[in-house]
Design a protein around this ligand. Structure first.
Ligand code: ATP
Ligand code: ZN
Length: 183
């Protein structure tokens, strides 16, 4: 039995389910349970938080997983990226309050950046020789500057509307996650 791990709910859920359907796989349990077995194929589907998927695949609890490349990079497990599926396109960026004067990464010296991507961010700061401090949080990153938790954020961006509604502006793009359907 082949085992696949997909996101339980969130931005990757619909497209992951659609992909399985397009492969002719019939699932009838929805995502109410942690796992389900396909009706017409020897496939077991695990519904998980995206952050946990790389570990499940690394531990061989799942044979394959569908997850954002951002999560794959941040978790840094020894597992292979075998295929880019073409959905979930986004970029990882640093954003600061709109009112802040920003010219270069030097403007972040000594400041605090809230992020869930501390490994990727630390690597970027090291490359840029920045001593900005990372404040690791697990969610709702975009409100951090507004509540005085941090001076800046590093988070995923697609349209930029979430940044805008939280009074932030994108100032550095750390990584662009390609959505092309290749390996
Ligand atoms: P979970 O509850 O599974 O931990 P999550 O809140 O961490 O979910 P989602 O917001 O559902 O994750 O995003 C899942 C993935 O969708 C991201 O890791 C990323 O690869 C992709 N994605 C595409 N666009 C965006 C965006 N604008 N913001 C966040 N993630 C995006
Ligand atoms: Zn997550």
């Amino acid at each position: 039995m082949l085992k696949i791990a997909i996101q339980k709910s969130g931005r990757l859920y619909e497209d992951s389910i659609k992909l399985l359907k397009e492969c002719g796989i019939q699932l009838n349990n929805g995502n109410k349970q942690l796992k389900t077995v396909a009706d017409n194929f020897p496939l077991e589907v695990y519904f998980l938080r995206d952050d946990d998927i790389p570990q499940y695949v690394f531990d061989a609890v799942a044979d394959v997983g569908i997850v954002g490349e951002n999560v794959l990079l941040e978790k840094n497990k020894d597992i292979d990226l075998v295929y880019r599926l073409g959905f979930g396109k986004c970029r990882l960026s640093i954003a600061v309050p709109k009112s802040m004067q920003y010219n270069s990464i030097k403007d972040l010296e000594g400041l605090k950046i809230a992020s869930t991507y501390s490994n990727i961010l630390q690597k970027y700061l090291d490359e840029k020789k920045s001593n900005a401090e990372i404040h690791e949080i697990s969610g709702s990153v975009e409100i951090a500057p507004g509540i005085g938790l941090a001076d800046a954020i590093c988070d995923l961006v697609s349209s930029g509307s979430t940044l805008f509604t939280n009074g932030l502006k994108e100032v550095e793009v750390i990584l662009r996650f390609r959505s092309s359907v290749d390996s």
